[in-house]
Design a protein around this ligand. Structure first.
Ligand code: SAM
Ligand code: SF4
Ligand code: SF4
Length: 292
């Protein structure tokens, strides 16, 4: 059973030029929030817009993340939320994320998966028990076999899903840069920001609200610190005013945009995987960085 409705709304919102006006609306609700369960992923996509293969792989604490969301909801209504990872179905507490989000007052809830992992029974049950949630499966060639298995499992259980052909709807990705970008001029940063679709992806990850999903990785890779306009610590948040200021500042380019290399018109095949050699180099680099 396929439904494209929520993903269509998300895509329209991402594209729409006046989304920033929507985000800034006076009585201020959050129109679209991406909510991460972790950075752990079963794939290593070279051009992942969030640079997931290049950063530390973690499953975040589900209860803490849910508490962050509840805190955010104390100050702002959230219209649409998209639960994702990394790969959400690698998370040992994926069922808890799903069940808890569904108890909250959010108009529309979706979950995005890369289609490589068949969820545990309790996760399937959680999705089944929450018919308001829609599941989006990214349409990757490299995951064809597992996606077909996943679809079979969903259909057996009458779980609604949609196959996602990405923002352009034509089964292509855009280039956003990899992990080796250099700090570029402010002018290039502004150009990146202007044409970037990711700027609409306000992201809540492990207690931090990021102006887009790539900011976490850029901060980790390049150690850009204390950019108050691109990240807000929700766990330390004491007043709604701080959040209001942060949200009203979303429509400006960020320092981190200078580390991107957005090529809007260069369409690429989705989910090309890092080669073994490339993955080894990255693994080594991470090991050096995170060794005790
Ligand atoms: C970052 S992924 C996380 C969810 C899951 N791991 C997956 O790949 O479906 C969220 C969505 O962003 C899309 N995405 C990632 N990198 C992209 C890129 N360079 N261009 C367009 N879409 C991209 C993915 O295809 C996916 O639908
Ligand atoms: S786009 Fe690829 S690497 Fe990025 S989170 Fe999704 S599956 Fe993982
Ligand atoms: S840092 Fe700026 S240019 Fe880079 S993905 Fe985020 S919004 Fe786009």
């Amino acid at each position: 059973m396929r439904i494209d409705f929520v993903q269509d709304i998300i895509d329209v919102l991402r594209r729409k030029k006046n989304i920033i006006d929507v985000l800034k609306r006076k009585n201020s609700q959050i129109q679209f929030l991406v909510f991460w369960s972790g950075t752990k992923c079963s794939l290593k996509c070279k051009n992942c817009s969030n640079l997931i293969p290049y950063i530390e792989q973690k499953s975040f604490d589900a209860q803490e993340c849910i508490n962050d969301l509840k805190k955010l909801l104390k100050y702002k209504k959230i219209k649409i939320i998209q639960l994702q990872g990394g790969e959400i179905f690698t998370h040992p507490e994926a069922a808890k994320f799903i069940n808890e989000i569904n108890k909250l007052n959010i108009d529309s809830i979706s979950l995005t998966t890369n289609g490589t992992v068949i969820p545990k029974e309790e996760v399937l049950q959680a999705i089944k028990n929450n018919p308001n949630m829609t599941v989006t499966i990214s349409n990757y060639d490299c995951a064809k076999q597992s996606r077909e298995k996943l679809i079979k499992v969903f259909e057996e259980r009458e779980i609604k899903y949609t196959i996602y052909n990405f923002a352009h709807k034509d089964n292509t990705w855009f280039k956003t840069g990899e992990d080796k970008e250099v700090f570029q001029s402010e002018e290039k940063g502004r150009q990146n920001y202007d044409i970037c679709l990711e700027k609409y992806c306000l992201t809540l990850a492990n207690g931090i609200l990021y102006s887009c999903g790539k900011i976490m990785a850029i901060n980790e890779l390049y150690e850009v610190k204390n950019e108050t306009s691109s990240m807000l610590n929700i766990r330390n948040l004491a007043r709604g005013g701080e959040l209001k200021r942060f949200l009203s500042n979303l429509s400006h380019y960020k320092q981190e945009c200078r580390y991107c290399n957005i090529k809007k018109d260069e369409k690429i095949k989705p989910a090309i995987q890092l080669t073994k050699e490339e993955a080894e180099v990255i693994k080594y680099r991470k090991k050096q960085k995170y060794k005790a």
